[in-house]
Design a protein around this ligand. Structure first.
Ligand SMILES: NC(=O)c1ccc[n+]([C@@H]2O[C@H](COP(=O)([O-])OP(=O)(O)OC[C@H]3O[C@@H](n4cnc5c(N)ncnc54)[C@H](O)[C@@H]3O)[C@@H](O)[C@H]2O)c1
Length: 410
């Protein structure tokens, strides 16, 4: 079953083999030649694909195994440029299947796990919270348990092992928007842009108590707690990072930035929740992947790091930047797409402001965003405009139905 699914979806990519002693062992790679065997979950998704690409290219001495269920959000086309690499393998599996997780981790002698697989879209979590609990909570628990059982069975036990869990700033809840006109941000980095605003005096720090509001953030919060509990209870080496909103190439076009680029291009309405006053911090996805690489190798076990862009924006201002950029790149006159903005009923329980303080990571490990937001947006818009077939494949079929239900009739 697993084998057939792999072949069907990935063709020539290294697959789970029936010929080896175990049907869960990756066939094309001699694991013993590699310095490390690293399992990256959710590698066919948006952030995961950037992390897989970075690790496959940067560490030819590591065997990178991408485990993904290929839900609507998983897309192996995101990795077509590296799928032939000798140190890359793909396995189609569900993280909530404890037995499969046991076999995959054991049979491939996994010593590091970077866990990104999740249901990730807040709007979907409002419609279907159970799927979020199943994947994000039970799936994380199954992965933790399988890793613990295997690592505890080894003579060296947890030595040289790491379970690194990727989470979100949304677990902290919402901050007040005490400065709606914007004040100067107290943070600066080499990538700070001219738009250097904060919309309140408070920021999420690593010790901010969890206070999630959406089923998505509640499920991520719960999974974070399980990861920490596995360290505190069993001594398992774990790490958690909480990151702000990512943007960049390969993001599923239900999320704000790719959705709006695509709609502007096709002259479709731009559905803005409420008045567009909600504030988010934005980080270019490759900078998140760089942070994950650094923390995986240098982070303190059992610690937590916030990762953010030092880059707060109101949704409505982002939308204006996107309109300006897309219109300019398509050769449209200034203001051509302004009339597409359409205000729709706000999302239930919509958190007003997320703002993250990632100075701990900056101070302790020397990480900073490398791109100014304007530069990152330019690269992102160009990528979506240049890769229309990628967008078209995704926005056909089921996606259309979902889109109509979510936005068209509000
Ligand atoms: N996108 C953001 O802005 C952001 C910010 C902070 C943290 N995060 C976290 O980063 C991680 C990745 O986010 P993303 O935006 O890349 O998400 P995504 O939805 O683009 O990708 C998720 C991937 O997980 C896979 N997946 C889903 N359920 C699975 C299951 N049961 N078993 C195996 N694979 C499964 C999907 O097929 C998909 O490839 C998530 O854990 C998310 O909570 C995302």
């Amino acid at each position: 079953m697993l084998l057939r699914q792999c072949l069907g979806n990935s063709g020539h990519i290294a697959i789970l083999s029936l010929h080896n002693q175990s049907r869960y062992q990756i066939s094309d790679n001699n694991m013993n030649n590699y310095k490390r065997n690293i399992l990256i979950t959710g590698g066919a998704g948006f952030i995961g694909s950037h992390v897989v690409r970075l690790f496959v290219r940067k560490y030819p001495e590591y065997h990178i195994i991408n485990l993904d269920k290929l839900t609507y959000a998983g897309n192996l086309a995101n990795l077509s440029d590296i799928e032939q690499a000798p140190n890359y393998s793909f396995v189609k599996a569900d993280i909530a299947d404890l037995d499969d997780m046991r076999h995959i981790i054991r049979d491939n002698n996994i010593d590091g796990i970077i866990h990104l697989a999740a249901e990730s879209h807040v709007d979907r979590s409002i419609r279907d919270p159970f799927t979020f609990a199943r994947t994000n909570v039970m799936g994380t628990l199954a992965l933790l348990q399988a890793a613990r059982e295997y690592w505890e069975s080894l003579p060296e036990k947890f030595e040289g092992k790491l379970f690194y869990h990727i989470s979100t700033d949304e677990v902290y809840g919402a901050l007040e928007l005490t400065a709606p006109q914007g004040i100067e941000s107290p943070f600066s980095t080499k990538a700070s842009s001219e738009h250097h605003h904060a919309y309140g005096e408070e920021f999420f720090v690593e010790s901010t108590p969890y206070n999630p509001h959406s089923p998505y953030s509640a499920s991520k919060a719960s999974s974070d707690h399980f990861v920490r509990a596995y360290h505190d209870t069993y001594g398992m080496p774990t790490l958690v990072t909480n990151c702000s909103n990512n943007y960049g190439p390969y993001q599923f076009p239900e999320k704000l930035i790719p959705l709006f680029i695509n709609n502007i291009r096709h002259r479709k309405p731009l559905p803005v929740y409420g008045k567009g006053e909600n504030v988010r911090d934005w980080l270019f996805v490759e900078d998140h992947a760089r942070a994950i690489d650094l923390i995986f190798h240098k982070g303190k076990v059992a610690d937590t790091y916030n990762i953010g862009g030092f880059n707060e924006w109101k949704n409505i201002d982002i939308i204006k930047v996107l309109i300006r950029t897309v219109d300019r790149l398509l050769g449209n006159p200034e203001g051509y797409s302004d009339s597409l903005i359409t205000y729709v009923t706000d999302r239930a329980g919509h958190d007003l402001r997320y703002a993250i303080d990632s100075r701990k990571l900056q101070k302790e490990l020397g990480w900073e965003p490398s791109l100014q937001f304007e530069e990152g947006i330019e690269r992102t818009v160009k990528w979506y405009l240049d890769n229309q077939p990628w967008v078209d494949r995704i926005t056909s079929g089921d996606y259309q139905k979902y889109y109509e239900e979510m936005y068209a009739n509000r």
